[in-house]
Design a protein around this ligand. Structure first.
Ligand code: FE2
Length: 280
């Protein structure tokens, strides 16, 4: 069976927390079991015992119900020495996995949802930035994104204009690059890996690769969890619940250009799991 959705890699567990007893979970409606079988080994199986392909990367265990045509996407920064790799944990959200990614790509909500942390009134305007679908990499990229933030990161003292880049390397994953206060010229990496449990329920696994020697690991995790819990209440109330892929169903603004490109890219790939195709 070849299916562009089935053949993707998906995150299904945090590697450091996985033991031999394992984790029973759902992947696109299919019950699966993931368990550690050795110090660097993990097995993933379907309910009928069929074993699934596994990768251990970026702090997480990845699997697929199909036969992935591509290797799991690369995040070169993950291997750079000196970065702190942060397993944030899991946030279960009653929303479409595509909605979770779309929200992550949206800067305009910062002042209203993450008030006085990632944004603040009256600094609500999103300046012009660049968005493209990179054909060779087959990824969505938004660059030259700038936004004023009262507290951009745990390591930030006071407000700064933060530079961002957003990248969508897989339908349910996004990588955010943002200005790194202690290291000008470098980018902090914050990812959102989304596990589709069903079309309207997902486990969100944020992960970070930061230049931050100061902050306590627990504080870093709590900071990021707080941000995602603020997003959860928004995500669980979105109408329609699934992400419309057709233009015209929701009216885009300049801030939404990344979302528009993301939807167009999903449509091009016939990626419809969690999408709404017909207006209701
Ligand atoms: Fe948010």
């Amino acid at each position: 069976m070849s299916d562009p959705m089935i053949d993707e890699w998906y995150p299904v567990a945090l590697f450091s927390k996985l033991d031999a007893a394992g984790r029973d979970t759902l992947l696109m409606g299919h019950p699966i079991h993931v368990a550690r079988t050795g110090s660097e080994r993990v097995a993933a199986t379907e309910a009928d015992g069929r074993s699934l392909p596994v990768r251990i990367r970026y702090g997480h265990v990845w699997t697929s119900l199909g036969e992935p045509k591509k290797e799991l996407f690369d995040i070169p920064e993950a291997d750079e020495p000196g970065r702190r790799l942060v397993d944030v944990g899991v946030v279960r959200v009653r929303c479409s996995p595509l909605r979770a990614v779309e929200n992550f790509l949206d800067i305009a909500h910062f002042p209203f949802v993450h008030t006085d942390i990632l944004g603040a009134e009256p600094h609500t305007e999103v300046e012009k930035y660049d968005v493209e679908i990179r054909e060779k990499e087959d990824e969505v990229w938004a660059t030259k994104v700038k936004f004023f933030q009262p507290q951009a990161a745990k390591s930030a003292a006071g407000g700064i204009t933060t530079d961002y880049m957003y990248r969508v390397p897989a339908p349910t994953c996004s990588v955010l690059y943002k200005t790194c206060p202690p290291r000008p010229g470098e980018w902090d990496v914050i990812t959102l890996f989304v596990q589709p449990l069903t079309e309207e329920l997902c486990d969100v696994w944020p992960w970070m690769a930061l230049y931050d020697d100061e902050a306590d690991m627990t504080d870093l995790i709590h900071f990021q969890q707080m941000i995602f819990l603020q997003d959860r209440s928004i995500l669980e109330n979105q109408i329609p619940r699934r992400l419309p892929l057709d233009p015209g169903m929701e009216i885009p603004t300049r801030a939404d250009m990344t979302s528009v490109a993301y939807r167009r890219w999903l449509k091009r790939h016939n990626y419809t799991y969690g999408a709404q195709l017909v207006a209701q």
